[in-house]
Design a protein around this ligand. Structure first.
Ligand code: ADP
Length: 446
């Protein structure tokens, strides 16, 4: 995607901006220190002019703020994107000029506001699904990359942001999504027919084939299954993108669901020589088959959420399959915890782990980590994208923490229903009625 090119540009600009904000004033102030030579001084003036020219020629919006969040530098492109006159913005709070919202139209404020995140964490923030509200209240799809500026002791002294209007890219993506959706839908039917005929050819009761032909047909069947999965994933991801993913939410007790699912999934893990456990809070409820037979039981809190159980199962199965795929030895843990507001569960493995630089991109469509290990493992890079879309459908959040060589943990947070609310909803007949998400992926809960 084009806007990924922002990253190297940003690195260059952070360097230049740091130079402009930190170095140039310092040079001016340090009168007690030896004066720069004529050549050096000329170089600095030249650099400053050059910087101004560079800033105003950049096609992406560039905004520099100081430690109080006031705008210090605002280039022409930023003015065009936001609808603000550049001169009106200098010295104004960035939150007044750069108003941002999520894809559901909720304005970011407080700790959610990306610039504040940079100050509180000292880390860069990159977003590709945000909207900017222009001065005349229009919504513009933007990609945003904000980096902290730090002094020698690591204190954040400001931030520099690159903003790009990606409305056209998003529209193009939408058209591509339509094409993929139609094409994969059309192709699924003949693939299903091929799978059916291959199954018949391999059925000894129906067809007689020799050993060699069986071997060929089994390989063809395996490849056809992959193709079928790919078309299904393409269709699901295209639907997820334009808000057509069907969802039949109901009140679900997540603990019960996870426990049963762990029971179902652990056989696949055991086949790969991996241990499985299910932990609620800090206690392990399902360990090995042997411990299970011992009848280990504990009382655990009830964690209710309003989700489509089939969709949630799809997500957890996907994370679990990945854990198996990328783990050669050790254990896969499914865990559940939470507080009054949130149900949190996770799938943890002791596998290969994921390099730090890949983590921010993992939930993007078609993204796969490119290394010798993953190249030999099949996949299409759609699984985590679909997981994210499903979890977002229920106003949840999915993220990963990982360390190369140690393993990965994929976390999911969902809004928790109090037991009272869940019981009330369960008593109402219509709680399981079909609720179709609106195009902006919000759910109408009656
Ligand atoms: P894929 O079909 O390639 O597995 P996913 O969207 O499910 O697609 O995952 C995207 C990428 O994330 C994978 O290609 C892999 O590089 C990485 N990944 C996902 N889960 C794990 C995991 N548990 N351990 C290590 N890497 C993982």
């Amino acid at each position: 995607m084009h806007y990924l090119l922002l990253v190297p540009v940003l690195v260059l600009l952070v360097g230049l901006a740091t130079f402009a904000v930190v170095y140039i004033p310092k040079v001016k102030d340090k009168q007690n220190q030896p004066k720069p030579s004529k050549d050096q001084a000329k170089g600095l003036v030249g650099d400053k002019d050059q910087l101004t020219t560079i800033f105003s020629s950049i096609e992406d919006g560039l905004v520099l703020i100081d430690s109080k969040g006031m705008i210090v530098l605002f280039n022409l492109a930023a003015g065009i994107i936001t609808g603000w006159d550049v001169n009106d913005t200098i010295g104004i709070g960035v939150d007044v000029v750069i108003k941002l919202s999520d894809d559901k139209g909720n304005l970011y404020a407080g700790s959610n506001y990306p610039f504040n995140k940079v100050f509180s964490t000292g880390q860069s923030v990159r977003e590709n699904n945000d909207f900017l509200i222009t001065r005349d209240n229009k919504r513009v799809s933007v990609s945003l990359s904000i980096s902290p500026l730090k002094d020698g002791s690591g204190r954040v002294t400001g931030a520099v942001a690159l903003i790009r209007n990606i409305t056209q890219e998003k529209e193009q993506e939408g058209r591509l999504g339509d094409f993929i959706s139609t094409a994969s839908h059309e192709m699924r039917t003949p693939v299903a027919a091929i799978e059916g005929y291959l199954a018949l050819a391999l059925n000894e009761k129906v067809a007689t084939i020799d050993f060699k032909a069986r071997d060929y047909l089994e390989k063809a069947q395996e490849a056809t299954r992959h193709l079928g999965t790919l078309f299904q994933d393409l269709l699901t991801s295209a639907k997820a993108e334009d808000g057509r993913l069907t969802s039949h939410p109901a009140v679900v007790e997540i603990g019960d669901m996870l426990k049963n699912l762990t029971e179902d999934l652990k056989f696949i893990a055991e086949k790969h020589g991996l241990e499985t456990e299910f932990i609620v809070g800090s206690s392990s409820l399902v360990k090995t088959a042997a411990q299970q037979q011992g009848g280990e039981r504990q009382i655990s809190p009830l964690y209710y959420a309003y989700v489509d159980p089939d969709r949630l199962r799809e997500v957890i199965t996907n994370l679990y399959d990945n854990a198996i795929k990328y783990t050669t030895q050790g254990k896969i843990t499914i865990g559940l915890t939470g507080d009054d507001e949130v149900v949190q569960f996770y799938v943890k493995d002791t596998g290969s782990g994921i390099p730090r630089e890949d983590l921010p991109h993992l939930f993007q469509k078609f993204y796969r980590v490119d290394n010798s290990a993953t190249r030999t493992i099949g996949g299409n890079g759609l699984g985590l994208f679909i997981c994210r879309k499903i979890i977002e459908l229920y106003s949840g959040r999915i993220w990963v923490e990982s360390e190369v060589g140690k393993g990965s943990t994929f976390y999911i947070n969902l809004p928790r229903l109090s037991t009272k609310k869940a019981t009330d909803m369960l008593q109402q007949k219509d709680t399981s009625s079909v609720i179709t998400p609106t195009t902006d992926n919000t759910l109408a809960i009656s």
